[in-house]
Design a protein. Structure first.
Length: 380
C-alpha cells in the first residue's frame, strides 16, 4: 500500500475518509507526541480498521494515549506496536484500554520490553475482554511468572485464537502451566513458543495436553531444548490427537531416532499435515503427504454429503444444479479410494459396507420416504 505522511494521515482520519482502511506508519520516527495526535484522531474515526506503528519511538506515554483512544473507537480491528519500547507501563495502559474495547481483534506487542508484570496485567484484562482473537507478545522478557498468569487467563478464555510467546524466558514450569491450561481451553488454535528455555519436562506437559485437545491446530516449539525423550512424549500424544495440523520441532535437540519415534506415532494419525524438523526422516514426509491427500479427499466427501443432504431437504432441486455448486458428479466412483474408505469408516460407517452407488441410492430412498411422509402429513 502507498505510504502517506503523518500530516496527511491525521487529516484523512479526522475527516473519516472511507478509503483509508489500512494505515501504515512503520519506520516513521513517531514518538509520544505524534502518537498522541494519532490517538486524538482515532477517537472519532469510524473507518480505519488496521494501524501499523511498528519500529517507531513510542514509549509508555504514547502507548497509553493510544490505549485510551481504544475505549471510544469502534472501528479499529488490528493494531501493531511491535518494536516500540512501551515496557510494562505501556502494557498496563493497554490492559485498561482492552477492558473498554469491543472492536479490536488483533494486538501485536512483540519486542516492546514487556516482562512478567505487563504480561500479567494484559492477561487479567483479557478475562474481561471477549473480542480479542490474537495477541502477539514474542521477543519480550516474559518468564514463568508471566506465563502462569497467562495460563490462568487461558483456563477460562473463550475468544483468543492465536497467542505468540516466542523468544521469551519461559522454562519448563511456565510452559507446563500454559500446557495445563490448554486442557480446559476451547478457543486457542495457534500457540507459538519457539526460542524459550524449556526441555523434555515442558514437552511432556505439552504432549499430555495434546492428547485431549480438539482445538489447537498449530504448535511451534522450534529452538528449544527438547531431546529424544520429549519427542517420544509427542509421538505417544499424536496417536490420540485428531486436531493438530502443524507442528514445528525444528532446531531442537531431537535426533533422527527421535524423529522416527514421532513418525511411528503418526501412523494412526490422519490430522497432522505439516511437521518442521531439521534432520532427515523420510518416513515423516510420506505420512504427512498421506494425510494431506486424505484431507483433500475428505473435502470431496463433504461435497458429496452436501449434495445428498440438499436433495433430502429440497427434493425438487435437480441433482445437476447441485453438482454445479460442488463441481463433481454424485456418482463419481473414483472418489472412493482405499484411503477415503478408511476415513469414511470413522465418519460414515455405512459408506464402507456397500458400493458407493448403493450408499447414495439408499440416501435418496430415505429422502423419498421422508418426502412421502411430509406429503401424507400435509394431506391429513
Amino acid at each position: 500500500m502507498p505510504r502517506i505522511s503523518l500530516d496527511e494521515a491525521l487529516r484523512r482520519l479526522g475527516s473519516n475518509d472511507p478509503t483509508l482502511i489500512h494505515l501504515s506508519l512503520s519506520y516513521s520516527e513517531i514518538g509520544d507526541e505524534e502518537a498522541g495526535k494519532l490517538a486524538d484522531a482515532l477517537r472519532g474515526n469510524t473507518t480505519l480498521t488496521r494501524l501499523d506503528l511498528n519500529y517507531n519511538n513510542i514509549r509508555s506515554e504514547g502507548a497509553g494515549l493510544l490505549a485510551e483512544a481504544l475505549r471510544g473507537n469502534k472501528a479499529l480491528k488490528r493494531l501493531d506496536l511491535s518494536h516500540n519500547c512501551i515496557r510494562d507501563e505501556g502494557a498496563a495502559r493497554f490492559a485498561d484500554g482492552l477492558r473498554g474495547n469491543a472492536a479490536l481483534r488483533r494486538l501485536d506487542l512483540n519486542c516492546t520490553g514487556i516482562r512478567d508484570e505487563g504480561a500479567g496485567l494484559l492477561a487479567d484484562a483479557l478475562q474481561d475482554n471477549t473480542t480479542l482473537l490474537a495477541l502477539g507478545l514474542s521477543g519480550n522478557g516474559i518468564g514463568d511468572e508471566g506465563a502462569g498468569r497467562l495460563a490462568k487467563m487461558l483456563q477460562s478464555d473463550t475468544a483468543l485464537e492465536h497467542l505468540g510467546l516466542g523468544d521469551n524466558h519461559m522454562e519448563d514450569e511456565g510452559v507446563g502451566r500454559i500446557a495445563d491450561a490448554l486442557r480446559n481451553n476451547t478457543a486457542l488454535e495457534k500457540l507459538f513458543i519457539a526460542r524459550n528455555h524449556f526441555g523434555d519436562k515442558g514437552a511432556q506437559r505439552l504432549a499430555d495436553a495434546l492428547r485431549g485437545s480438539t482445538k489447537l491446530k498449530v504448535l511451534v516449539l522450534s529452538w528449544n531444548k527438547i531431546r529424544d525423550e520429549g519427542a517420544g512424549y509427542f509421538a505417544d500424544a499424536l496417536r490420540d490427537n485428531t486436531a493438530l495440523m502443524d507442528l514445528n520441532i525444528s532446531h531442537t535437540e531431537i535426533s533422527d531416532e527421535g524423529a522416527a519415534r514421532v513418525a511411528n506415532g503418526l501412523t494412526g494419525n490422519f490430522a497432522l499435515e505439516r511437521l518442521e524438523y531439521s534432520g532427515v526422516a523420510p518416513q515423516l514426509n510420506q505420512i504427512l503427504e498421506r494425510n494431506r491427500r486424505m484431507r483433500r479427499q475428505a473435502v470431496e466427501h463433504r461435497k458429496l454429503v452436501f449434495v445428498w443432504s440438499a436433495r433430502m431437504v429440497c427434493p425438487h432441486v435437480p441433482v445437476e444444479m447441485l453438482e454445479m455448486l460442488v463441481g463433481q458428479s454424485v456418482w463419481d466412483h473414483e472418489l472412493w479410494s482405499p484411503e477415503l474408505r478408511a476415513y469414511l469408516a470413522v465418519n460414515e460407517p455405512e459408506a464402507t459396507t456397500s458400493e458407493s452407488s448403493g450408499y447414495a441410492q439408499g440416501r435418496i430412498r430415505r429422502r423419498n420416504r421422508i418426502a412421502a411422509s411430509h406429503r401424507a402429513c400435509s394431506i391429513a
